[in-house]
Design a protein. Structure first.
Length: 119
């Protein structure tokens, strides 16, 4: 009698567990919705504002001494890197890759300028 009960219990579990797993897989969304990042809108706005202010500062590089110009260029580089990091975390959708590509190109350009003129 107990042997029959054990066999029935094993058969029951063998049928229920795979079907429950399959039902859970079918019920789960194919691609989970991205979780909203807290503070992303403000961080993106701050990063964009910092980047917008930097070209005004960079216009006066020619009149600065070399050390000051290098310091300003390095600060611009850091602002670009921060903006890229915030964008990578907070942006989604099709224009994310476009913006990241633009920021990557700017980072590369500024990094090359630092390497060429600041030692």
């Amino acid at each position: 009698m107990i042997k029959r009960f054990v066999i029935a219990a094993i058969a029951f579990v063998a049928l229920i567990v795979p079907s429950a797993f399959a039902a859970a897989l079918l019920a789960a969304p194919a691609r989970p919705a991205p979780l909203p990042q807290t503070g992303c809108q403000r961080s993106l706005a701050d990063a964009n504002a910092s980047l917008a202010a930097m070209p005004v500062r960079m216009k006066h590089l020619a009149s600065l001494e070399r050390a000051d110009a290098c310091t300003a260029t390095r600060l611009y580089f850091m602002e670009l890197v921060k903006a890229r990091a915030v964008t990578a975390v907070c942006k989604s959708g099709p224009d994310r890759e476009r913006v990241l590509g633009r920021l990557d190109a700017d980072v590369e350009r500024i990094n090359s300028a630092i390497a060429a003129s600041c030692r």
